[in-house]
Structure formats: C-alpha cells, structure tokens
Design a protein around this ligand. Structure first.
Ligand SMILES: [Ca+2]
Ligand SMILES: [Ca+2]
Ligand SMILES: [Ca+2]
Length: 303
C-alpha cells in the first residue's frame, strides 16, 4: 500500500487503475463533492483531463451524396465509460465500448452538396463531470462535386425520313441541390454534322435515310473540371420513303407521225431533301415491248 496524496484543493483521492508504465489513475474529490480525474506518476499527482479523443485520419474526403467516414479513439480512465457522450459538430458519431481502452468511435456524414472549402469537424467527448469534462479533437472534411449523369429519352430506334425526332434529356446527380445547364446536343450522319441544340428538349428532322448518331452532355453548377457529364449517346436509323404521288400523266393522244410531250409528277415526303430521278419506259401494252414501238419514239431517263 502506498499513500498517493491528493491534488491541491481536493480532500480525497481513490485509485481505480494502474497501467503497464506504473501510472496510477483515479478520482480526486473536493469537500463540496466536485470530482476530477488524476494520474499519479513517479510520486507526482496531476489532473488527468478526461475523456480523451484522438483521430486516426485527419482528413475525410467524400463526394456529394456519398457517405464520408472517419474513425478515432477515446478513453476515460476515471469515469464509467457508458457515461461518456460523444457528439460531432457535423454529422453523427457513435462510440464503441468493446474490449480495452482506448475505445473506438465512428463518424459519418452524407453531404447533399459539394463544399467549396475544407470544413473543420469537431468531435467532443463529455464525461458529465463538472470540471474538465470535455475533450475535443478536430479533423478536416473535404466534399467534392460529383458530375451529373445524363441519358437520352424517347429516342426511336427507327423512323422514316422526314419524320421529326423529339428527344429529351434526363439528368440525375448525387448532389440533390445541383442545377443543370449547358446542354450540348450533336447529331451526325457519317462525317456530316446534321444538327445541334442547347436545351433540355431537342428535336431534329432527318432529311435522308442513314444511321444518325446523337450525343448529349450537360454541366451541373459545381466547380469547373468536376461538373461535366460523360456523353450520352443514341442511334436513330432513318429509312428511305419512296417518292409519293408518282404519275406519268396522260392520257395522251398520239397521231401517227406526230410528237408527244410526256409530263410525270412525284414528290418526296415533307422533310426529305432526296432528289427524284425519273425513268421512262414506253411500250404498246403487248409484251415483249422491245421493237413494238415505232422508231420515232425517244425515251429514256431524265432528272
Ligand atoms: Ca454539387
Ligand atoms: Ca453534382
Ligand atoms: Ca426518299
């Protein structure tokens, strides 16, 4: 047995633990009942500021919309460990009391948006004692913007030429408060750029048959370099529509030895810019036609 003495101003002390280094921990009490923790080492008793918290990592990094985490330890030699309350200035912290001290704590926070500068997060441990009841530790939190994700809605697999294709952008973002701008639509067919657009809804009319490639990107309001979506793409196959209203004119009356002017008509569907080529074949309705027409006929193609 050894008399440890007590702290100045305190009337009694009670040891509760001793560690491998020979340090003795316990509680000193004043005459008015105020208590504090002490540590006794090499014959000297001093106040032991409890509880103690200590981080493992000093910076937590997360993207908006995803959970940021950090862990650390805490201890309280003198107080009953269930009485120690851990709180966080941002997010939530939970403590563990498994095993031997120091025990662990886990902090988490899910930011709804990126934060332009580092944020200092303070973890506070409070053992409920009237004096020296708080211990704090801080770390830095960095929250980055996450780029938006965009998809192209209402893209038809196949349309006839001349049909307007109406598309819209569906944007999602882990940052629930983000806003979107700078829509960039591009339509190409082969090496040719067909159309561009800068709004969330976009339409174009393919004038010719072919394979049309649509691309779309969008920006959110986060910092440059983090705010640009990956491109969304769609392919629209455009089929040819044959000329409509094809007519060779007539009926025609041809007198022997006379000449005849034939007038044909046809048109492409609206929106098409195809060129119409005409091929005339003239016969006398008896097969085979070749040789049954008079030599005075001229027929062939014209554009
Ligand atoms: Ca954001
Ligand atoms: Ca974002
Ligand atoms: Ca056509």
């Amino acid at each position: 047995m050894k008399d440890l003495g007590t702290l100045p101003g305190y009337v009694s002390s009670q040891a509760t633990a001793i560690d491998n280094q020979g340090r003795v921990f316990g509680i000193a009490e004043k005459s008015d009942g105020t208590r504090t923790a002490f540590v006794w080492q090499n014959g000297v008793m001093s106040e032991w500021f409890n509880p103690a918290t200590q981080t493992v990592a000093n910076v937590a990094i997360a993207n908006e919309g995803t959970e940021a985490k950090n862990t650390g330890t805490w201890s309280d030699v003198a107080a009953d460990k269930p009485n120690v309350m851990l709180t966080a200035s941002l997010g939530t912290v939970t403590k563990s009391t498994d095993g031997m001290a120091p025990w662990g704590w886990t902090w988490s926070y899910t930011p709804e948006n990126d934060i332009p500068t580092l944020v200092t997060v303070t973890i506070t441990a409070n053992d409920g004692e009237p004096d020296h009841n708080l211990s704090t530790v801080t770390f830095q939190l960095a929250v980055r913007n996450a780029p938006p994700t965009v998809i192209i809605q209402n893209a038809p697999g196949t349309v006839p030429q001349g049909t307007q294709v109406r598309l819209s952008a569906l944007v999602s973002d882990p940052g629930t408060h983000d806003t979107f701008s700078n829509y960039q639509w591009t339509v190409t067919c082969g090496a040719q750029q067909i159309a561009t657009g800068q709004t969330a809804d976009f339409a174009f009319t393919p004038a010719r048959a072919g394979e049309y490639h649509v691309s779309l990107t969008v920006d959110d309001n986060g910092p440059a370099g983090t705010n640009h979506s990956a491109p969304a793409t769609a392919i629209v196959l455009v089929t040819n529509v044959f000329p409509q209203g094809v007519s060779a004119g007539g009926p025609y009356l041809l007198l022997e030895g006379g000449s005849l002017h034939l007038a044909a008509a046809a048109h492409e569907p609206d929106g098409s810019d195809d060129t119409i080529y005409y091929r005339w074949v003239v016969n006398d309705n008896e097969l085979p036609a070749t040789g049954r027409c008079s030599a005075g006929f001229a027929f062939g193609e014209r554009i």
